[in-house]
Design a protein around this ligand. Structure first.
Ligand SMILES: [Zn+2]
Length: 187
């Protein structure tokens, strides 16, 4: 898996697609948290659940169904009481789904471990993407920090393959949005 920090950064990046009348700062923090959440399945090791099992690491919590359930539940919980609840829930639900699902796609682009169970419980097969440039990080933060040179290599790799593309995309998207708003204000 990439580091939790990288999963969270990609999730927070989806916050820029939220409508401007949403509390974007707070919701980006929420998106960062939910996109790192699927790795809580490492607790399965403590309960003796094998890696390759449907509820093992990179199993159900990395599936598209889990992203859909989490997105629906949290969008309803956060916005059901608003007057424009339908629109707000739908908007946040969509963004949350893509933020949580991004976790599985990042894992599927790593160079080790088992693949991702995108379609559990309908199909228990684990999948990788055809292009896997991201180096796999240790699950345990203590192990990650115990090997500084390896940790540095992983962070540099994530910076190159995830952070730079994310920053470039954000810059272009924000620039275009700003330009369009200026244009609209003039008309
Ligand atoms: Zn993961």
């Amino acid at each position: 898996m990439p580091t939790a920090m990288t999963h969270a950064a990609v999730g927070a990046g989806f916050g820029q697609f939220l409508p401007r009348d949403f509390p974007v700062g707070r919701l980006s923090l929420y998106l960062a948290l939910v996109s790192a959440l699927p790795d809580l399945d490492v607790l399965a090791f403590r309960f003796g659940i094998p890696y390759a099992a449907p509820f093992g690491h990179r199993g159900f919590t990395h599936s598209l169904l889990f992203a859909l359930i989490l997105a629906t539940a949290t969008a309803l919980a956060l916005f059901a009481s608003r007057r424009d609840a339908g629109r707000a829930c739908l908007g946040l639900g969509f963004i949350t789904f893509f933020a949580v699902a991004s976790h599985g796609f990042l894992d599927a682009a790593t160079d080790a471990g088992l693949g991702v169970g995108f379609f559990i419980p309908f199909d228990n097969h684990r999948y990788f993407l055809p292009f896997r440039p991201i180096e796999t990080s240790a699950v345990n933060p203590a192990v990650f920090l115990a090997h500084p040179s390896r940790a540095w290599a992983i962070l540099s790799n994530e910076f190159r393959w995830v952070w730079i593309p994310l920053l470039l995309f954000t810059g272009i998207f924000q620039g275009l949005s700003f330009g369009l708003r200026k244009l609209r204000n003039r008309c």
